[in-house]
Design a protein around this ligand. Structure first.
Ligand SMILES: Cc1cc2nc3c(=O)[nH]c(=O)nc-3n(C[C@H](O)[C@H](O)[C@H](O)COP(=O)(O)OP(=O)(O)OC[C@H]3O[C@@H](n4cnc5c(N)ncnc54)[C@H](O)[C@@H]3O)c2cc1C
Length: 474
């Protein structure tokens, strides 16, 4: 049976072009290319030999770096962002963005294009072979400004953030500016930057490292990135096809079209569907990405060949984090601070929450409304959040890809029970999707009264009464 028939669904209709022979894998062209422009700092450094100084330098124009830069600029700060590339749009990465991320982006003036373009969804279904074993609704009640989740290709999210940056004169975004060395000291950081015109140097009061999971800055500072590396490999295929099955997240354990493994199907904008197929630890990346191997797998899953293959890649995953997020004036944020396996969509989503947590604190410090000790709360809160996200993601990964026969036997027992009994359904774990992380409150502090009986810090409070500027309660 084909994937599209699971749960009694009809096969897709109006299918478009065929998978074309000759399509290279991993070959999507750069979606947008921005080019390099010489910065005034380069001339100033060449003329004087003295590195120009900036209050905030962000390294990395990924979703997290751009979010923190926009937030700081909208609070009135001048921000320089450096990125070693001059493009977005290579590869298939994040697609699921959750409500809290959308609320943050909405405050920053970029929520609407994300939601307008994204595919809104809230229902997920898990199948064991053909049987529905678990179903969830992420937003059972109405009245929220932002949806529970959207699916949106990361390259669109990055494009909308770049477009927002262009509207903000306080941000100086420099493409093809690769940071090759840093010298961090108690009250600032000196950076060496490689460009097509050669190297130059600048200084920063604060350096925000948003340079991704491989973080060259982390390596330059000789900081460890500790955690778990998983052996299993997954194939990602983005296929273009028109289909009228419901906009839901479908996950299969041991599906008939991919026996003994797992599979995931989700819709993205532009009639692109994301397919994830578990291949196991032995899969050879080169062989598995060959068209003659990929296309039949997808045909078997979909039950037809009316699709166009847009992207294929293989990934394995890690759950790791840095020990401390703040090192004097260098602050790690997003994937540079924590790498989270994709199950649960917690990578970019938690990075955007790091960015929000950091921006107002750094703004207070720069305006003299708080001293630098406030940064310790960023470290404490976002370290806790990283642990919580990594915990969820690790448990999901262990359930989806059991490492031992004993784990697999237990997992299969849960799945079989879940098909028949209510209590086992909650134990099915194909990814606990991203939620706002709540922070532990220290009730031994004088704030005890203020917090007693209230929601946990960081939790949404949907029924809370708000007072308007005129003093009216709503
Ligand atoms: C298959 C897959 C699926 C995923 N799905 C989801 C999902 O559904 N939801 C979700 O929330 N997350 C998901 N993620 C995770 C998400 O993609 C990452 O968490 C996110 O990209 C992290 O953003 P970032 O800005 O921290 O880092 P990045 O996006 O990695 O950006 C880092 C930037 O730093 C730049 N850079 C690096 N070194 C230098 C240097 N020396 N100088 C200057 N610039 C530099 C890079 O060019 C890059 O632009 C997924 C990841 C994968 C692999």
């Amino acid at each position: 049976m084909a994937a599209t028939e699971a749960g009694g669904r009809a096969a897709p209709v109006n299918a478009s072009a065929n998978a074309g022979p000759g399509m290279g894998t991993g070959s999507r062209k750069a979606f947008y290319q921005f080019g390099y422009a010489r910065a005034a700092d380069q001339d100033a450094f060449a003329a004087t030999g003295k590195p120009p100084r900036h209050p905030i330098v962000v390294v990395g124009a990924g979703p997290v770096g751009m979010t923190v830069a926009i937030d700081l600029a909208m609070r009135g700060n001048e921000v320089v962002i450096l990125d070693d590339a001059d493009r977005i749009g290579e590869g298939s990465r994040a697609i699921c963005f959750f409500q809290r991320t959308l609320e943050i982006w909405d405050r920053l003036g970029v929520g609407k294009p994300m939601v307008d373009k994204g595919i809104t969804w809230q229902v997920g279904k898990d199948f064991l072979r053909d049987d529905l074993v678990y179903q969830f609704d992420l937003l059972p009640e109405d009245g929220h400004k932002m949806p529970a989740f959207i699916n949106l290709q990361q390259y669109y999210a990055e494009l909308y953030l770049v477009e927002r940056i262009v509207e903000l004169p306080r941000i100086d975004l420099r493409w093809r500016n690769k940071v090759s060395a840093i010298d961090s000291h108690a009250d600032g950081v000196r950076l060496t930057i490689e460009t097509p015109d050669g190297p130059y140097e600048i200084e920063a009061d604060w350096l925000i490292a948003c340079d991704g999971a491989k973080s060259p800055l982390r390596a330059m500072m000789d900081l460890e990135f500790k955690g778990e590396v998983f052996d299993d490999r997954f194939l990602i295929a983005d296929v273009k096809m028109t289909a009228d099955f419901p906009v839901e997240r479908w996950f299969w354990f041991d599906p008939p079209f991919h026996a003994g493994q797992s599979a995931l199907l989700q819709k993205q904008p532009d009639d692109i569907w994301r397919i994830d197929l578990q291949l196991g630890p032995e899969a050879d990346p080169e062989t598995e990405q060959k068209l003659e191997n990929v296309v039949p797998r997808i045909e078997w899953m979909l039950g037809h060949s009316n699709f166009e293959l847009k992207w294929v890649s293989l990934y394995s995953f890690q759950c790791r984090r840095i020990d401390r997020f703040v090192h004097d004036r260098v602050v790690f944020c997003g994937d540079s601070a924590h790498e989270i396996s994709p199950f649960g969509a917690r990578g970019a989503n938690s990075g955007v929450q790091d960015a929000e947590n950091l921006a107002w604190k750094l703004d207070f410090i720069l305006k003299g409304e708080a001293d630098t000790s406030l940064m310790a709360t960023y470290d404490a809160e976002r370290s806790d959040a990283a642990d919580e996200n990594i915990g969820h993601s690790t448990r999901s990964t262990d359930f989806i890809a059991p490492k031992t026969e004993m784990e697999r036997t237990l997992r299969n027992a849960v799945l079989h029970l879940a098909a028949r009994t209510e209590f086992a359904r909650a134990m099915v774990n194909s990814g606990r999707l991203s939620q706002s992380v709540t922070y532990a409150t220290d009730f031994s502090t004088p704030d005890t009264e203020a917090f007693s009986g209230s929601a946990k810090l960081g939790a949404p409070v949907p029924d809370a009464t708000l007072r308007t500027a005129e003093g009216r309660e709503t």
